[in-house]
Each structure stands twice: as structure tokens, then as C-alpha cells.
Design a protein around this ligand. Structure first.
Ligand SMILES: Nc1ncnc2c1ncn2[C@@H]1O[C@H](COP(=O)(O)OP(=O)(O)OC[C@H]2O[C@@H]([n+]3cccc(C(=O)O)c3)[C@H](O)[C@@H]2O)[C@@H](O)[C@H]1O
Ligand SMILES: Nc1ncnc2c1ncn2[C@@H]1O[C@H](COP(=O)(O)OP(=O)(O)OP(=O)(O)O)[C@@H](O)[C@H]1O
Ligand SMILES: [Mg+2]
Length: 264
């Protein structure tokens, strides 16, 4: 695998680049404050740390949005992040909202993927309810590894105003997180979307983040062919092809929805 870690100087540069980006986004929108979902996972945790660095704790609001499938540990970690950063937050249980969707459309009951994605979309609705009401931007938490393979819910956790950590591979998220002061136990947590019980990213994706990050950096975002990537990383060509397929299949999630060409 390739070593994607930053040097000390690069860590400081990355932090400054992202905090400047957050300030620019807020300024350009003519607002002062942001809101983001806090899951207790590393992506939302680092984004909260960087947002507080950029804007001050008084301008960052967290939403902790437990579902029945959320672990108590993750939800208490999410609250710990907000408390450690001295930012305001609300805890809102989302399952009654999800239940009302299923009461309206019971056909989806038991379809854990459809219902899981609905959980992510209910969270997006709540983020925007707060953003509209309080004049805030919604901060996204998507990183490069997830975005490249479409590992997010379209118009769920993907429905945000900007993604400050969009350029970081997962390993780099962990490294920068420690650098900006995220406690080790949070930086080292097993990534999970928690859209259904016992879900983990690596199980569902069928690949470890270390391998995924290396293939993305070498082949999808880098210059090497499938065969050269396979040799360079000592992974099967089939694995590189699978990542390429996930990347291509999810292109629609990274684009503005298209319409027909205009006719004169
Ligand atoms: N070619 C195409 N062109 C245009 N649109 C296309 C399309 N193919 C599907 N679609 C549309 O996209 C929909 C499928 O996309 P989507 O609804 O996102 O659903 P889908 O990609 O099937 O599922 C979301 C995936 O992201 C994972 N996830 C979600 C949320 C958070 C996290 C996390 O890491 O925390 C991970 C989740 O576990 C699952 O694996 C289809 O129902 C269809 O409406
Ligand atoms: N229970 C939750 N409460 C509030 N927001 C949530 C919750 N679950 C998910 N989210 C939002 O959806 C985003 C996407 O989830 P994702 O799992 O990719 O990130 P994460 O939990 O921060 O980190 P990791 O990928 O390591 O688990 C989160 O960063 C967070 O903003
Ligand atoms: Mg998570």
C-alpha cells in the first residue's frame, strides 16, 4: 500500500487551507454560522473541530440525531465532541419521523437499504430546517474515499452546502484529526454509516480503507493503469477493476442532475 500521510508542515497547511475554505464559504453566503450532524464518527468529528477553529465555537451548532440502530457509544461520543468543543447542540430522535414515512409507504418496511437511506435523508431535512431557520450553512462531512466510490446517500448525507474534507482520503482524515486535537479513541474508530444494525463501511464496501485509498490515489486520481496499479500495490487486478466500477457507477451522485439539451 502507499503511504498517504502528510508531513508536519503539510498538516499545518491542510488545516489552514480547510479552515480558510470554511470561512470563505460562510462569507460568500453572507452568513456567520454553520450546522452539522454529529455522529460520533471521525468525519463529523474532524469537521466540527475544523469548523470551530475556523469560525469559533459560538458559530457552530451540532445535531445529534439518534435512530434505533445508532449505538449508545456513538451517540455519547457525538455529545462528547460538542461538549469538548464547547459548541451548542441538540439531540433529536429521528425514528418517529422514519416511522411516519413508513406509515405513509409501508411497502418499504423491512428494506434495510431503502429505510437506511431514508434515515440519512431525514437527517438532511433536519439540517436544513435548522439552516433555514437560523441562517446557517450546512457543513458536509464527505471525504474523497467515500465520494469517489459513491459511499453516501444521494440527497442524504450528500445534501449539504460544502464538504470541507472533500480532498482527504480516509487515512489522511485520521491523521489530520489527531493533529487538530481529536482524541485517539475517536480517530481510530471503525467507520460505520449506522444506517442499519451492525453495518461497517469496510464490510459493505468489500475492501479495507487502506486498500481503497491506495487504489484511488494510484489509479482513479493518479496516472497508473489497472495493471500497473495491481503490480505497484500488489493487489489483484480484479480488486482495482471493482474500485473502478464503483467509481463509474456512482458518477451520477457527483453531478448536478441532468436535463435534456435545450432546443432552440
Ligand atoms: N445511473 C444513474 N443515474 C442517475 N441516477 C441513478 C443512477 N443509478 C442510480 N440512481 C439513483 O440513485 C439511487 C441510489 O442512490 P442512493 O439512494 O444514494 O442509494 P445507494 O447508493 O444504493 O445506497 C447508499 C450507499 O451509501 C452508503 N452510505 C450512505 C449514507 C452514509 C454512509 C456513510 O458512510 O456514513 C454510507 C450506504 O450504506 C449504501 O451503501 C437510485 O435509487 C436512483 O434514484
Ligand atoms: N446519528 C447521527 N446524528 C447526526 N448526524 C449523523 C448521524 N449519523 C450520520 N450522521 C451524519 O452523516 C454523516 C455521514 O456519516 P459517516 O458515517 O460517513 O461519517 P462519520 O460517522 O462522521 O465517520 P465514519 O465514516 O468514520 O463513521 C456524518 O458525518 C454525520 O454528519
Ligand atoms: Mg459514521
Amino acid at each position: 500500500m502507499i503511504d498517504l500521510r502528510f508531513s508536519e508542515a503539510e498538516l499545518a497547511q491542510r488545516r489552514d487551507h480547510i479552515t480558510a475554505f470554511i470561512r470563505e464559504q460562510v462569507d460568500a453566503a453572507g452568513v456567520e454560522e454553520v450546522v452539522l450532524g454529529l455522529s460520533g464518527g471521525i468525519d463529523s468529528t474532524i469537521t466540527a473541530y475544523l469548523a470551530v477553529d475556523a469560525l469559533g465555537a459560538e458559530n457552530v451548532h451540532g445535531l445529534v440525531l439518534p435512530a434505533t440502530v445508532s449505538s449508545g457509544e456513538n451517540m455519547s461520543d457525538a455529545e462528547r465532541v460538542a461538549q469538548d468543543l464547547e459548541m451548542s447542540y441538540d439531540v433529536i430522535e429521528i425514528e418517529p419521523i422514519v416511522d411516519s414515512l413508513l406509515a405513509a409507504y409501508p411497502e418499504a418496511e423491512g428494506d434495510h437499504e431503502a429505510v437506511g437511506n431514508a434515515r440519512a435523508r431525514v437527517r438532511a431535512v433536519l439540517n436544513y430546517l435548522v439552516a433555514n431557520h437560523e441562517g446557517r450553512l450546512v457543513l458536509g462531512t464527505g471525504n474523497r474515499s467515500e465520494a469517489a466510490v459513491g459511499y453516501f446517500t444521494k440527497y442524504g448525507d450528500g445534501a449539504v452546502d460544502c464538504h470541507p474534507i472533500a480532498n482527504l482520503y480516509k487515512a489522511q482524515v485520521r491523521q489530520l484529526a489527531r493533529y487538530v486535537g481529536v482524541p485517539d479513541d475517536l480517530a481510530e474508530k471503525t467507520p460505520t454509516a449506522e444506517l442499519w444494525a451492525d453495518q461497517t463501511d469496510e464490510d459493505e464496501l468489500g475492501i479495507s480503507y487502506d486498500t481503497l485509498d491506495s487504489i484511488l490515489a494510484t489509479h482513479i486520481d493518479g496516472p497508473l493503469s489497472v495493471a500497473a496499479t495491481s503490480r505497484e500495490l500488489e493487489v489483484e487486478e480484479e480488486t482495482v477493476e471493482e474500485v473502478r466500477e464503483m467509481y463509474e457507477r456512482s458518477a451520477h451522485k457527483r453531478q448536478v442532475p441532468p436535463g435534456p439539451e435545450p432546443l432552440n
